[in-house]
Design a binder for this molecule. Structure first.
Ligand code: F6R
Length: 358
């Protein structure tokens, strides 16, 4: 008998609004995002940036972390990601601020945008429209418009690649063209390997989702950029599969969370660890993971997934893309529509009422 995830018509019943189609389109989105950023009229920076700040929430904020990872490995500037209403005190007129909101209407990002303007920071706004676009256009602030009409968490290509390419064009990052091309090839391979039409027996994304079904996933990044990817996986499990998942990272988790496993025998019956790994981990990290796995013992299931590719960009985005598919398959198994985000919508509506009262 066919596995549930291979059944004909599974998308029709489990994914009526087409999250799988949007996810399968990700390599094309990535390509379009690069083209948009290469064609965009690049404003000259009036001053030399000393700090890059990315302001964004949820699916729009995570791109900031990815940019930070690229700068940490390849750039010469510190990057801060602000997921709140206020910029840090140090943000000033030598700060380059990316205000990123897919809808353009997220109040925390709009607040940071206004603060950055008040401090004369160099601001670039990225959105598909909304209030952010309206304000930027009215105030003569560079605005890069990305195509609208999909949930922000499916738009990581549109929300990340423009920042990367603009930083390349300003020579704040080295030219990444080769890495970008290879990343696209890997994403296409990932799509074909993990997508809905690849049967369960050959599809590691379906297999991992089945193994995690009914469990509480603990996503353990093996340090560096894998910590960020673990956070993205967590967000996708939360928003798409409507379930809890928690993310942590080596080596930090060896200094606190590891002790949670002492009493884990009863508590962790339903836990499943997913270690997000990289082929170039240091001997210390590998040892930490091995010993942690022994300490976890049979208290919880343990799975490993490995980043692939030569460049950081390839590894970042392919590991991310695998998690996107796993989260969709989990949604199908959980019997929830991966598209809807009722609780987030409700919170935004309540907060909008506050604004209207002011
Ligand atoms: C929804 C999603 C959310 C939003 C967040 C901010 O798909 O991923 O996490 O990204 O609520 O909204 P935007 O991205 O419109 O600024």
């Amino acid at each position: 008998m066919a596995h549930l995830l291979d059944e004909q018509g599974v998308l029709h019943t489990a994914d009526p609004r087409g999250m799988m189609a949007l996810t399968l389109d990700f390599p094309s989105q990535y390509e379009r995002a690069v083209a948009i950023a290469l064609e965009w009229r690049l404003p000259a920076l009036p001053r030399e940036p000393r700090l890059v700040v990315v302001s964004g929430m949820g699916g729009s904020g995570i791109g900031g972390d990815y940019l930070r990872a690229l700068f940490e490995a390849l750039g010469n500037l510190p990057v801060l990601v602000v997921r709140d209403y206020h910029l840090p005190h140090c943000a000033d007129d030598h700060t380059l601020l990316f205000a990123v909101s897919y809808s353009g209407n997220t109040e925390e990002t709009l607040a940071c945008y206004a603060e950055a303007r008040a401090r004369n920071a160099m601001v670039v706004a990225i959105s598909s429209g909304g209030e952010l676009q309206a304000r930027a256009q009215m105030e003569g602030i560079p605005h890069l418009q990305v195509p609208s009409g999909q949930p922000p968490r499916t738009a990581l290509g549109y929300l990340l690649l423009p920042m990367v390419v603009l930083c390349e064009r300003w020579h704040l990052l080295p030219n990444l063209e080769q890495a970008r091309i290879r990343t696209l090839q890997r994403l296409v391979q990932g799509r074909d390997h993990w997508g809905i039409s690849t049967p369960y027996e050959q599809n590691p994304a379906k297999q991992l989702a089945s193994a995690l079904h009914g469990k509480l996933p603990l996503l353990y990044g093996s340090g560096s950029y894998r910590a960020i990817v673990a956070t993205r996986w967590k967000g996708q499990f939360n928003e798409n599969a409507k379930q809890h998942a928690f993310a942590n990272t080596f080596p930090e988790l060896n200094h606190n969370e590891i002790l949670g496993w002492v009493g884990a025998k009863q508590q962790a019956k339903n836990f499943a660890v997913v270690a997000l790994r990289d082929p170039d981990e240091s001997i210390q990290t590998r040892t930490r993971i091995e010993v942690t796995r022994q300490l976890v013992g049979d208290a919880a299931d343990w799975h490993e997934v490995w980043a692939e590719g030569e460049s950081l960009l390839e590894r970042l985005l392919t590991l991310t893309y695998l998690g996107d598919f796993v989260s969709l398959y989990l949604a199908y198994l959980n019997g929830v529509d991966p598209y809807t985000i009722d609780y987030i919508d409700r919170l935004k509506a309540e907060l909008a009422k506050l604004m209207n009262r002011e």
